[in-house]
Design a protein around this ligand. Structure first.
Ligand code: ACO
Length: 429
């Protein structure tokens, strides 16, 4: 079959340029424009990178039009139903589902890396008691390079693998410690006898005064949420990790940058913003007023947890979480008026012309906060929960990039400032 290409004719120079379609296994055709500037002298302008593929990747596939999400080819629905977070982590990192022996080894490695350097706990004590957990998380993770610098050589595949495992293992320990710091509780050390999600719940909620039994329903749904958040191809935080990684920076610095990017309300911070919004709306009666505000271009209010850059049909993660939300509240014997409110909001928005025309649907964050709330996790910790799951995606993408010859990420701009002018001495201005 002939190579697919788009031929560009530049009337200015009279030159033609073939833009080849880059071979991918599925997805929309993507033009290789890397020769455009060299051959014709043009850059491309794509604010927000809405039509730009920044890299090739084997990890995650999304078809936003059809509402498809697959990790390494496996549909998210199957992984959510049948897998575990650590197995998904292995899959994302290494490309294949593990054999039983491989999984045992991986689980052991992660378990034995969950403790953090004691001095890191001391470092955490320096934060004010009401510091936001995401501020603590990005600060402490960034500082990990100072604690685990023994042989940190990003050119050594074994060192890279060790750093990836350390990040996956220690992120829940650090996130739970950030919460305990805000409560004034003593540190809780990871328990090796527990699984990944159970261990996190234990580190969050156990106190020295009494025994703490992990609720298996809570641990299961948390594992599910971590699976659903594990990777999402080149989203803002992952692209940040790759951009920082392209400079050769250490993986802790790259991940700290990813955490900072995730914190924004347009990205991972939306789960916290959704719950704050639902509380602000208060009752089903107020829904129409807030829908009206969301449509008003002069009002900065947006329906948080609604809309997505890529999904224009439905977010498959939101479908799974919506169902899990109902199941978990029922299994835990809890009722939450916010769930009724969220459903009413969804119902009205999905019938409204504004949202229909713009293809705005609930995203992964619309219902996740209601589950976290049911587990007793405070709103300020929601984005940190997202960060725990997404760490797997960040390090998998960082490993993939590190295994591939990569140029430093360096976008250009359209300069719109003053053209050349002469300096004027201060007394003459
Ligand atoms: N409420 C009201 N209007 C919205 C919303 C919303 N939540 N989202 C998009 N729109 C409108 C925009 O105003 C715009 O309208 P216009 O065409 O009349 O100007 C149109 O829909 C397209 O929106 P964009 O902002 O151009 O879409 P973009 O792809 O740049 O942004 C984003 C996507 C950031 C997710 C946006 O939908 C948003 O801010 N949603 C709320 C925050 C949120 O839930 N973020 C989590 C995303 S998922 C994740 O990161 C885990």
């Amino acid at each position: 079959m002939a190579e697919r290409k788009l031929t560009l004719n530049d009337p200015e120079s009279g030159k033609n340029l073939d833009l080849p379609v880059v071979a991918g296994s599925e997805g929309d055709p993507t033009l290789d424009i890397s020769g455009l500037h060299k051959e014709l002298g043009y850059f491309t302008f794509d604010p927000g990178y809405g039509t730009t593929a920044s890299c090739k990747s084997d990890i995650t596939f999304i078809d936003g039009g059809k509402g498809i999400l697959r990790y390494r080819g496996y549909p998210i629905e199957q992984l959510a139903e049948q897998s575990s977070f650590l197995e998904v982590a292995y899959l994302l990192l290494y490309g294949e589902l593990p054999s039983a022996a491989e999984f045992t080894g991986f689980e052991r490695d992660i378990t034995y890396h969950t403790m953090v350097h004691e001095k890191l706990n001391t470092f955490m004590q320096g934060f004010h008691y009401n510091a936001h957990p995401m501020a603590i998380l990005s600060g402490v993770v960034g500082s990990m390079a100072a604690f685990y610098h023994d042989k940190l050589d990003v050119n050594d595949p074994e060192q890279r693998d060790l750093a990836a495992k350390r990040l996956i293992a220690k992120m829940p320990t650090i996130a739970a410690a950030a919460y305990r710091h805000s409560q004034g509780w003593p540190s809780a050390y990871p328990k090796n006898s527990l699984g990944y999600s159970e261990r996190f719940l234990h580190m969050m909620f156990s106190v020295p005064a009494e025994p703490y039994e992990v609720n298996p329903v809570a641990a299961r749904v948390l594992d599910l949420l971590f699976i659903l958040h594990a990777d999402h191809e080149q989203n803002a935080s992952t692209s940040t990790v790759r951009l920082v990684g392209s400079t050769g920076a250490n993986p802790y610095a790259c991940t700290a940058a990813g955490i900072a990017a995730l914190w924004g309300p347009a990205h991972g911070g939306a789960n916290e913003a959704v719950l704050n919004m639902l509380n602000q709306i208060g009752t089903v009666r107020n829904v129409p007023e807030f829908i009206k505000r969301a449509k008003d271009k002069d009002d900065p209010f947006r329906l948080m947890g609604f809309g997505h850059r890529v999904y224009k049909n439905h977010d498959p993660r939101a479908t799974i979480i919506r169902k899990a939300c109902h199941d978990v509240l029922q299994e835990l014997g809890k009722q939450d008026e916010l769930l009724d409110l969220a459903m009413k909001l969804e119902e009205i928005a999905l019938e409204d012309e504004y949202f229909v025309d713009r293809k705005l649907y609930p995203n992964v964050d619309f219902y996740s906060g209601i589950i976290y709330k049911a587990l007793g996790i405070p709103t300020s910790m929601f984005t940190a929960m997202f960060a725990i799951g997404r760490t797997v995606g960040w390090v998998s993408q960082w490993l993939e990039q590190s295994n591939t010859p990569t140029r430093i990420g360096r976008p250009r701009q359209v300069y719109t400032g003053a053209t050349e002018r002469d300096y004027v001495a201060i007394e003459k201005r």
